[in-house]
Design a binder for this molecule. Structure first.
Ligand code: FES
Length: 579
């Protein structure tokens, strides 16, 4: 149809209130300058509702009181025809309140506001001249449409927990991209919207964003559906992590940057001093690459936050590299805040053997190119060891950090494969036995982060490797070596397994970002360590097979996320001893 051609459909007005439109019946091309004549005014007044079509546009016309309104006939919720809606008295005292009868969304046709529902309704400027209804059908320029979509995305971002706001985010992102908006710009915006509403700094949203965008490169090229799904997951996770949170402003001070001062400030839990160092570094033109060494040192200074600190350093760097300098400052501020607040588990009795193990570690790294003496470390060397024994065993292989890393990673995979998941059904255990799948996935994702950081900063190997040993010792009581794991073994090629697993990740079905995020992080870590050129376990047949099977088991397991009886029992025990 030529752009100026208009078709009209109409039905007789109903006896009361609602107006209805039936099948199209008239084709009536007419053109005005800028505006297009789309209907006879008298006819519309008699019918009260008409639908006109122009190109791909389907427009509902409403005669209400002294006015005529025109809007997209497709409801911005799910596209049902608004011409089938109900007009009732609105803000002007006449029928300008339009209700879509499918899900009761309500639109003020006078102001354009969506009163119930979320997405904005497209309205068209109306002019009444020469007994005709004229509409300005010109579309706003792409920049204006992209801006409007970003505004809609922000609105959905702020109300993520409300019914169907996730889908609203998806629609606004689709509109943004349809208007040629750069989807990564939407992610950058989400980083800015969220970063100072994260009370304790970096959250899993950052870590999973980096991984989702990696998966997007791999699986969503040329696939608009997967692309949109991934972008919604990324932005939705940021929205969720700062939902209903106020702002927690970052202190504004700036100090001359000294790497050692940054590490010391984080160690002293002095957020203001640590952030002043970051701002000083940025003012001096430095970026994440220059700050990674002290940040990694601070992250591995303690067995911290169940491995999150090291993981967050790696993923923050990856996300900044991908999104560019526009997010360097917000992501660095959040990261340093999280490192400052991280809890330090090596200070509790369970992990106190870490300090002496570090002191006993040989100071001098092996000369470059030297061959370690003795047999190489193996994953099975660490099976069943408690924390002190695992630390001592790791120390025996100090001369071979890369080999030790492979062995520890392999052991973490073996443990995850053999996790005694029956523990999650036990309600009679004390709080220190509260273990779940994420205890085991973290041993793997932390090991992956240790490998990445220590390859670039080899002086951190002792800390990283010994903390991996802490994970193994901590999880050792909760594995069942006799578990029948044959069903989880991967028969075919790893590439086919990864393809299938990635497809399932794209449609993960998990309502909680924390779960989908851990599935994704673990998947990306397993893939990196087993399938890529240079992955630690690429050539380690047994541990590699264990890690693949472990992920296979994880992805096929329903993870218990709520422990009502266990929590109640532990609370009763706890309170009984409070006096
Ligand atoms: S389609 Fe209109 S409210 Fe759902």
């Amino acid at each position: 149809m030529p752009p100026s051609e208009v078709t009209v459909s109409e039905t007789p007005a109903p006896e009361t209130g609602a107006s209805e439109v039936g099948a199209p019946e008239v084709g009536a091309p007419e053109t005005g300058a800028g505006f297009v004549a789309v209907a006879d005014l008298d006819k519309l007044r008699a019918r009260r509702v008409m639908v006109v079509k122009h190109g791909k546009k389907q427009i509902a016309l409403f005669a209400a009181g002294p006015k005529v309104y025109a809007c997209n006939n497709r409801c911005p919720h799910e596209g049902y025809p608004l011409s089938e809606g109900t007009l009732s008295a609105g803000s002007q005292g006449w029928g300008c309140l339009l209700t879509c009868n499918w899900h009761n969304w309500k639109f003020d046709l006078e102001s354009g506001e969506t009163l119930v529902g979320s997405d904005n309704l497209r309205r068209y400027p109306v002019r009444l001249e020469d007994g005709k209804v004229w509409l300005d059908l010109a579309d706003p320029p792409p920049e204006a449409r992209a801006e409007a979509a970003l505004e809609g995305l922000r609105a959905a971002f702020e109300r993520h927990d409300r019914f169907r706001e996730y889908e609203h985010m998806t629609r606004e992102l689709a509109r943004f991209m349809k208007a040629d908006g750069d989807p990564l710009e939407a992610v950058r915006q989400a980083v800015h919207w969220a970063h100072d509403r994260l009370e304790f700094g970096t959250s899993h949203a950052v870590a999973t964003a980096a991984d989702w965008l990696d998966l997007r490169d791999w699986k969503a090229a040329g696939d608009p559906v997967a692309n949109l799904a991934i972008l919604t997951e990324v932005i939705g996770h940021f929205a969720w992590d700062c939902l209903r949170e106020p702002r927690y402003p970052y202190p504004e001070g700036r100090a001359p940057y000294e790497p050692a001062a940054l590490v010391a400030a984080i160690e002293a839990e002095d957020e203001a001093a640590a952030l002043a160092q970051v701002r000083g570094a940025l003012a001096a033109g430095l970026g994440f690459a220059e700050l990674e060494a002290p940040l990694a040192e601070a992250a591995l200074a303690h067995y911290a936050d169940f491995g999150h600190s090291a993981i967050f350093v790696v993923k923050t760097g990856a996300l900044i590299e991908r999104l560019g300098p526009a997010v360097t400052e917000p992501l660095l501020l959040a990261l340093v805040r999280s490192l400052t607040f991280a809890f330090r588990e090596d200070l509790i009795p369970e992990f106190r053997a870490l300090g002496p193990a570090l002191e006993a570690w040989p100071d001098a790294p092996p000369p470059s190119g030297s061959q370690p003496s003795g047999p190489p470390p193996r994953a099975e060397d660490f099976v069943g060891l408690a924390i002190p024994a695992a630390l001592a065993r790791a120390g025996e292989f100090a001369a071979d950090p890369s080999g030790l890393h492979r062995a520890l990673l392999g052991a973490a995979g073996w443990q995850m494969l053999h996790f005694d998941a029956a523990m999650t059904a036990r309600n009679d255990r004390p709080v220190q036995d509260n273990v779940n799948w994420l205890d085991f996935t973290h041993a793997v994702t932390f090991g992956n982060a240790v490998g990445a950081l220590c390859a670039r900063h080899p002086g951190l190997w002792p800390r990283g490797l010994l903390q991996m040993a802490c994970f193994l010792g901590r999880n050792a009581p909760y594995v069942d070596p006799d578990l029948d794991v044959a069903d989880w073994r991967i028969d075919g090629a790893a590439a086919a397994f990864f393809d299938a697993a990635a497809a399932r990740l794209l449609d993960h079905g998990q309502p909680e970002y924390i779960l989908s995020g851990h599935l994704l992080k673990t998947f990306m870590a397993v893939r990196a360590e087993t399938d890529l050129e240079g992955g630690a376990l690429t050539r380690e047949a047994g541990p590699r097979a264990d890690l693949l099977a472990a992920f296979n088991r994880l992805q096929n397991t329903a993870i218990k996320r709520k422990f009502t009886l266990r929590g109640a029992r532990q609370a009763l025990d706890f309170v009984a001893r409070e006096d």
